[in-house]
Write a protein that binds this ligand. Structure first.
Ligand SMILES: [Zn+2]
Length: 240
C-alpha cells in the first residue's frame, strides 16, 4: 500500500481522459459524465475543437481541458502522420506545438492548460543517434504529461509526473479492465484511462458507455477518488 494519503483517506485514484476533441465526446461523453457526476480530462486537438468551440467553452467549466499538441505529430510509421513525423521533428519545433496549442485553448476556452497528453503516447523527436526525448520540454511547460497504452498504474510515491502511465479503454469491457482496477485499489495507485470516441456503434477507438458506467460504479463503490489528471497530479506534487 502506498504511503501517500489520498484525500479523505480514499484508497486509490482514477482519472478518465479522452483525446482529440472528437465530436462524440460532446454528443455522448459529456452528458454521460454529467449523469454519473464525474469530472474528466479532455486532451483536445485544436483543429477539431475549433469546429465546436462554443460547446468546448462550456465543457471547460466542469472538466479539465489539456494540451495534445497543435497538429498531433506521431511516428511517420503511421502514414497519416508522415507529413509531421516525429522522426523529422526537432525539440524547437515541438516546443512551438506545445505553446501554440496552449494559445488556442486559452483563446477558445479561457483556460490555461495544465497537463499534456503525448500523441500516440510517443515521447521522442528525431531518429537514431539524434533522437531526443521531449519529456523535459513537457516537464518544463506542464504539471503533468500523460502516456498511452502503458501496463501498470502509477505509484504516487514514485511516478514521474511528466511521464505518467495510462491504459487505453477503447472497446474494452468492464471485465477486461477489472484486474487493473483491482490492482490500483490494492496498491493505492493512480490509474489513468484513455479513450477516443464515446460511442456504442463505432467499430474502433471508441469507449462504450456501459464500460464508462461500470468503471465509475466500481470506483464509487470502492471509494476510489475520481478526478481530473490535473487535480490528482497537483495532490501528488503537494503531498509527497
Ligand atoms: Zn490523440
Amino acid at each position: 500500500m502506498s504511503n501517500l494519503l489520498w484525500p479523505e483517506n480514499k484508497p486509490a485514484a482514477l482519472s478518465l481522459s479522452f483525446d482529440d476533441a472528437r465530436f462524440s465526446q460532446l454528443d455522448n461523453g459529456v452528458p454521460l459524465l454529467a449523469a454519473l457526476g464525474v469530472r474528466a480530462t479532455f486532451y483536445v486537438s485544436p483543429p477539431t475543437m475549433e469546429q465546436r468551440a462554443d460547446e468546448w467553452r462550456i465543457v471547460a467549466q466542469t472538466h479539465e481541458i489539456g494540451n495534445h499538441t497543435l497538429t498531433h505529430p506521431c511516428s511517420g510509421n503511421f502514414l497519416w502522420s508522415r507529413p509531421r513525423a516525429l522522426e523529422d521533428y526537432t525539440l524547437e519545433k515541438m516546443a512551438g506545438e506545445l505553446t501554440d496549442a496552449n494559445d488556442v485553448i486559452l483563446k477558445l476556452t479561457g483556460v490555461e492548460a495544465q497537463t499534456f497528453a503525448y500523441p500516440c503516447g510517443q515521447t521522442f523527436v528525431g531518429r537514431g543517434e539524434d533522437t531526443r526525448s521531449y519529456v523535459p520540454l513537457v516537464a518544463k511547460h506542464f504539471l503533468a504529461g500523460r502516456g498511452y497504452l502503458s501496463e501498470a498504474p502509477n505509484d504516487p510515491t514514485f511516478c514521474d509526473l511528466a511521464k505518467l502511465n495510462a491504459a487505453g479503454f477503447d472497446l474494452a469491457s468492464f471485465d477486461t479492465l477489472k484486474p487493473a482496477l483491482e490492482n490500483t485499489l490494492n496498491s493505492g495507485g493512480w490509474l489513468i484511462l484513455v479513450g477516443h470516441d464515446v460511442s456504442d456503434e463505432l467499430p474502433r477507438q471508441a469507449v462504450r458507455s456501459a464500460t464508462i458506467e461500470a468503471v465509475c460504479r466500481f470506483a464509487q463503490e470502492n471509494n476510489i477518488w475520481i478526478d481530473t489528471v490535473e487535480n490528482v497530479a497537483r495532490h501528488i506534487a503537494q503531498n509527497r
